[in-house]
Ligand binder design. Structure first.
Ligand code: T4K
Length: 371
């Protein structure tokens, strides 16, 4: 099909000249990290764009997740989804917390609120749901359970940049929300991440935690980490932000095109949104069911033979990796819906700049193979 490989995603890169202007300023003032001017500007600009009150930038989403758990002093057990990128559960393990996996909802593939209560034990301190593919979790149901049992909620919102639900930014839900600005995300700063904080005091505490715990030149108040975003990444974020709406609009068109052509193919199910007001079209997940002549893996291989590198996000389940396998909540019988989804899921290429002929090539191949 295509002469050059088509990957599941490609980072959006703004015009290099625009970035160079920022680099010249960095070279001039020689502040390259530790909360410099671009870091501060990006925090303010993101608050405005995302519709949130406070943001603390990080060097990546995983360190931000680890720090969010530290900030809320989470211990014991945390209820989470097995259907995510492995960093979600790793952030718990790195804090000495036991993940307790709960099954997902079959329509949204997000943590199923109806199954959470049965997994709560005297050791449970928090819930860590993921807005998978940027589709919002049932935030009201999750909050009601958390309130009833006195639990914290930390959203892994790595996929949810710019997503709005019924009451504004989905990032305003829970005690904290964590974003990833990795190269593969809708909004990237090469590497990066952030914690959305509800108030200035929480942000101050998190800012301290990401800077070794320093309060001033000579006082270290808490055992912090180095989670700071550099000026280069921050400056890149500022340039990216100028183009983000254009990038999101392009993604929407690609999403629409896939849906228009794939929805009627027997055995292929395009995952629907979960009622959001604004989507970010970060992934295009399809489920390859028993009615399709090829298994998910056979289709994945066929696409690969044609230079199309779709990805099986999220297969295997986190609960299937060696460090989680033996946990009581990891058994397949506890996670039937997540297990089925991970065997059927395939994320198709979606990114600004994908050539129409390439996208149509992907569509016609999937369609031809269905005959
Ligand atoms: N929570 C959730 C729910 C997450 O999805 C993630 C990250 C995190 C937490 C942690 O956030 P960070 O600490 O990463 O900020 C990728 C990403 O590495 C990872 O960030 C992401 N989730 C995950 C879903 O996907 P891989 O192993 O699939 O990446 P890779 O290198 O195979 O890249 C996929 C494709 O993207 C490549 O085939 C080509 C393209 N690509 C990739 C990179 C890195 C580029 O074109 N340019 C690039 O620079 O994990």
């Amino acid at each position: 099909m295509s002469d050059t490989p088509i990957y599941v995603t490609q980072p959006f890169l703004p015009p290099l000249e625009e970035f160079s202007t920022y680099l010249e300023q960095i070279w001039k003032n020689k502040i390259i990290t530790n909360g410099g001017p671009f870091h501060q500007q990006l925090e303010s600009a993101l608050c405005e764009f995302l519709g949130v009150k406070h943001i603390s930038l990080f060097n990546n989403g995983t360190i931000a997740l680890i720090t969010a758990l530290q900030a809320l002093k989470i211990k014991g057990e945390v209820i989470t989804t097995p259907y995510s990128f492995v960093a979600t559960a790793h952030s718990l393990l790195w804090n000495g917390i036991e993940p307790v996996f709960v099954d997902i909802d079959q329509d949204t593939l997000n943590l199923d609120p109806q199954k959470i209560e049965a997994a709560i034990s005297p050791r449970t301190t928090a819930i860590m749901p993921v807005h998978c593919y940027g589709n919002p979790c049932d935030v009201d149901a999750i909050q009601a359970i958390a309130d009833k049992h006195g639990l914290k909620v930390i959203y892994d919102a790595a996929h949810a940049f710019g997503v709005k639900c019924h009451c504004g930014s989905v990032l305003n839900h829970g005690d904290l929300s964590v974003l990833s600005f990795h190269a593969t995300k809708v909004f990237n700063t090469f590497e990066g991440g952030a914690i959305v904080c509800p108030d200035a005091e929480t942000k101050r505490h998190i800012d301290q935690l990401k800077n070794f715990g320093f309060v001033n030149e000579t006082t270290v108040e808490v055992a912090g980490i180095n989670g700071k975003m550099s000026e280069i990444n921050s400056a890149f974020g500022l340039v990216q932000l100028k183009y983000i709406q254009t990038a999101l609009n392009e993604r929407m068109k690609i999403d629409e095109m896939y849906r228009a052509h794939l929805s009627d193919i027997k055995g292929i199910k395009c995952l629907e949104g979960s009622g959001q007001i604004a989507s970010n079209y970060s992934y295009f997940p399809i489920l390859v069911g028993a009615d399709y002549p090829l298994s998910r893996d056979e289709l994945y291989e066929k696409l690969k033979e044609n230079n199309i590198f779709a990805r099986r996000y999220f297969y295997p389940l986190i609960s299937e990796f060696p460090m989680y396998r033996s946990l009581p909540s990891s058994g397949g019988a506890n996670l039937p819906i997540a297990t089925k989804a991970s065997r059927e899921i395939l994320c198709l290429p979606i990114y600004p700049g994908i050539a129409i002929k390439d996208q149509m090539g992907i569509i016609s191949l999937i369609s031809k193979l269905s005959e």
